[in-house]
Design a protein around this ligand. Structure first.
Ligand code: 4AD
Ligand code: MG
Length: 478
């Protein structure tokens, strides 16, 4: 007899079949004569109900069947008498694979706070909520590869250790094998990176884009999907120090092509989630509803599934940064001085401004374009006005910026001038500039923050809850 996964049992097995199921106990309740055990093996949000006749099992065995214990159960599937499930397993043999001391196992069948579960991130997979989140996260990673594969993009693995600062933001984690107590020094008393492992200063990458451009300008269309690292000291619900980014880069694409791709891409992922993850989404939707019961009516958010369908079925609004600033200056919160951060042409938009545009003004995802060059990276296409660049940020409800991208400056001279203005050493970037020396063409790309996207799809409120083991300032447990 073969072990069947609970997902398959619930979908495909027939009444009367004898099967083996294995999994972890979620709950056990019982009467004098019979115990009902909810067994989950991670293949689905749904549990298999095991019915154990008290008269045929050792009392000591039944005693050890507690929340968190692992079991192997053989038995016959029957139609369920109780509500809540169609099928149940009448146990014939039960083997205790691994006990879970109920006085010590932290994940009990009551509601735990998200903070508590973060401290127990090694065991939080055992809850319904985190089971659902990580199945959806997997499905979205798969859907990303599927989408790009079907469009003929090549998956390019760009390096994680890098000698350049792609975003020019300087918030990088150093990679070094020098002895921190006694590093090699130059004659001037500075750290001698010639003696370091790579013979130069190196860091963990903030983005695979620059290398991605090299690939795109030969393969045509590439994407990266890998970990990226930012040493910014941002303790928010939307920032991680280690996060995953998807970065497509396309030759012969202008800014409009770039926006079209971003919108189609996001919608295809949402469609995939609705078609393939509906059980988990429904669970998360009802969880969210429960959580929001305590909020006043006007502060409750849209039902999770309705929200996904809404984004799928509506065009994103596309406006320029300059238009957005005008809208913000004419807005109620601006006039009533409710924004914490200043609004004027030239400043970077904060999440409060982005969310006002998306959630209050347009009530729809928004793509903002043509930002002031002063707040964007050196590589962005310089517009003819001399003030703005061909940038595009996609803003989502509850999240704010989910995608950042641009058309790239393909003109060598303009690029070098901009690098000089921004104090970016062009000697070290000779390889990047070579693409502008030889066969340079119009090209564009963007980066989707994977965890921000998973936040949106799952309706979770904190980015620490959509990555298995979050890395944030002062936190690298597990
Ligand atoms: O806007 P960013 O910094 O853009 C880039 O890195 C470009 N090189 C992308 C490109 O054009 N190829 O980052 C892209 C996205 C953001 O929109 C956001 O979703 C996410 O990455 N992101 C973060 N997610 C979690 N934690 C952080 N600290 C993040 N910083 C950026
Ligand atoms: Mg950005």
């Amino acid at each position: 007899m073969k072990r069947l996964k609970i997902k398959d049992i619930l979908l495909n097995s027939k009444i009367g079949e004898t099967i083996i199921a294995k999994g972890w106990v979620r709950t056990k309740r019982g009467s004098k004569n019979v115990n009902f055990i909810a067994l989950n093996d991670g293949s689905t949000i749904h549990n298999l109900q095991i019915v154990a006749d008290v008269s045929i099992f050792d009392e000591s065995l039944l005693h050890e069947i507690t929340t968190g214990a692992a079991l192997s159960v053989t038995g016959k599937l029957t139609e369920s008498a109780g509500g809540g499930q169609k099928i149940e397993l009448i146990a014939e043999t039960i083997e205790l694979l691994g006990a879970a001391d109920p006085d010590k196992f932290p994940i009990q069948s009551k509601r735990h706070t998200m903070e508590f579960l973060r401290e127990n991130a090694h065991l939080r997979f055992r809850t319904n909520t985190f089971g659902a989140i990580f199945r959806i996260r997997h499905a979205m990673a798969f859907a990303i590869h599927k989408y790009f594969n079907e469009k003929g993009f090549n998956y390019l693995h760009t390096p994680i250790i890098t000698g350049s600062d792609a975003e020019g933001a300087g918030q990088m984690f150093r990679v070094s094998t020098l002895d921190p107590k006694n590093p090699a020094l130059t004659e001037n008393g500075e750290i001698d990176y010639n003696e370091d492992f790579f013979g130069k200063p190196t860091n963990l990458t903030v983005s695979g884009q620059l290398e991605g451009e090299l690939g795109a300008l030969a393969l045509g269309e590439i994407y990266t999907f890998g970990p990226t690292f930012r040493a910014e000291n941002s303790n928010t619900t939307r920032h991680l120090s280690e996060f995953w980014m998807i970065e497509p880069e396309m030759a012969f694409y202008d800014l409009k092509d770039n926006m079209d791709l971003a919108e189609e891409f996001l919608k295809s992922l949402i469609k995939y989630a609705l078609e393939n993850c509906i059980d988990d989404l429904q669970f998360l939707a009802s969880r969210l509803k429960q959580e929001e019961k305590s909020k006043p009516q006007d502060q409750r958010s849209m039902d999770l599934i309705e929200k996904l369908e809404f984004v799928l079925n509506n065009d994103f609004i596309r406006i320029t940064y300059t238009e957005a600033i005008k809208i913000l200056i004419n807005s109620k919160p601006y006039k009533k001085k409710k924004f914490q951060f200043p609004v004027e042409w030239g400043v970077d938009l904060q999440s409060e401004h982005e969310r006002y545009l998306v959630e209050k003004h347009f009530n729809c995802p928004v793509i903002l374009t043509d930002y002031p060059k002063g707040i964007k990276a050196f590589y962005m296409k310089q517009n003819d006005d001399g003030k703005t660049v061909g940038a595009m940020d996609v803003l989502f409800p509850q999240i704010g910026e989910i995608i950042g991208g641009s058309q790239r400056e393909e003109n060598l001279e303009k690029l070098e001038t901009r690098m000089k203005e921004m104090n970016i050493p062009s000697e070290e970037m000779w390889w990047y500039l070579d693409t502008r020396r030889y066969g340079s063409v119009e090209h564009s790309g963007f980066g989707l923050g994977f965890e921000r996207f998973i936040l949106f799809v799952t309706g979770m409120g904190n980015i620490r809850d959509v990555i298995a083991f979050p890395r944030t300032p002062k936190n690298a447990e597990f």
